[in-house]
Design a protein around this ligand. Structure first.
Ligand SMILES: C[S@@+](CC[C@H](N)C(=O)[O-])C[C@H]1O[C@@H](n2cnc3c(N)ncnc32)[C@H](O)[C@@H]1O
Length: 294
């Protein structure tokens, strides 16, 4: 009997309860305190759910835009090997700290990290071609969706301010590209990542809609279009909850900043809601699938 929540069959679910514990508690003791400053981290439970669904111990998991290394940390705790690329040297340093911590806590998988531009991942990890069971990543969305808030009480009585909401000022970081540039770069990263997949391997992308100047942008839809234009086929789509789920009702875990933005949008007459989930998109190379499923 198939009990995999992400593969059609008996255990399949459309909504994954990945937000049962707040992000801070999911990371407590498992990630270094300094790595919390990264502006757009993946929930560890999302990474762990995907890794358990699509890989076995000893398999290889790759994250081409790995930030502070959530995918890699969860992979090595589950006995998988892991390879990551991150553009920013500062985040590579944080990821290495998290990987060291995981190893000191008994994680048995072997990690490797590269600092570089994932648009060249096929070259960076040439030796891993055809070896990955899972590529798991999420694109950067720019400064408007991320960040940590400091209230007047925390910053000496000033106004509310926002920290850690930028990845860097480097234009090579896709977070700073206008949307067409971000999607073009992400398409190139998907093409390169697909060369690392072993037959039957899966590419999983977590992404959420964004609001830019009040306008709702369907980033998941645009990522699907980009992937399909670059030789991939969508094989699954799920909601990975950021909110908790208790007695059939959502427990809000939206940040202070999200709530503030939502309230401001509503004041302007825009029917905004705080985000309660990430879209989890599953892809495989179209050439791996029977023609009828492409
Ligand atoms: C949404 S974050 C990923 C966070 C990660 N999943 C984690 O939990 O830490 C996207 C990351 O992509 C990185 N990035 C942006 N452009 C890149 C590029 N061209 N090559 C590699 N990484 C890039 C950003 O610096 C950022 O850390």
């Amino acid at each position: 009997m198939n009990q995999n929540p992400l593969v059609p069959g008996t255990g399949w679910v459309s909504v994954l309860a990945t937000g049962q514990r707040p992000s801070r508690l999911q990371r407590q003791g498992r990630y270094t305190a300094e790595s919390m400053r990264h502006p757009g981290k993946m929930l560890p439970a999302i990474a762990a759910t995907l890794i358990e669904a699509f890989t076995l111990p000893g398999d290889l998991v790759v994250d081409p835009m790995c930030g502070i290394g959530t995918t890699l940390v969860e992979a090595i705790h589950l006995g998988r090997n892991a390879a990551g690329v991150e553009y920013e040297a500062d985040f590579v340093h944080l990821a290495l700290g998290n990987l060291r911590l995981a190893r000191s806590q008994g994680a048995t998988g072997t990690p490797q990290m590269a600092c570089g531009d994932a648009r060249s991942i096929a070259t960076i990890y040439r030796a891993l071609r055809g070896k990955a069971a899972l590529v798991l990543t999420s694109p950067p969305y720019g400064s408007h969706t991320h960040g940590h808030i400091r209230s007047g009480r925390d910053n000496g009585g000033g106004k509310i301010d926002k920290r850690h909401h930028r990845y860097s000022t480097d234009r090579g970081n896709l977070a700073h590209q206008p949307l067409p540039g971000l999607l073009d770069g992400f398409g190139r990263i998907l093409v390169g990542s697909a060369t690392l997949l072993r037959p039957g391997g899966v590419i999983a992308v977590t992404v959420r809609p964004i609001r830019v100047k009040g306008e709702l942008i369907d980033l998941p839809g645009q990522v699907i279009d980009t992937a399909c234009q670059n030789g991939l086929a969508l094989t699954g789509r799920h909601a990975a909850l950021l909110a908790g789920l208790r007695d059939g009702r959502l427990v809000n875990r939206a940040s202070f900043f999200q709530m503030l933005e939502t309230r401001r949008a509503r004041d302007r007459g825009i029917p905004a809601c705080a985000t309660a989930h990430e879209d989890l998109l599953l892809f495989q190379p179209a050439t791996d699938l029977p023609e009828a499923n492409r």
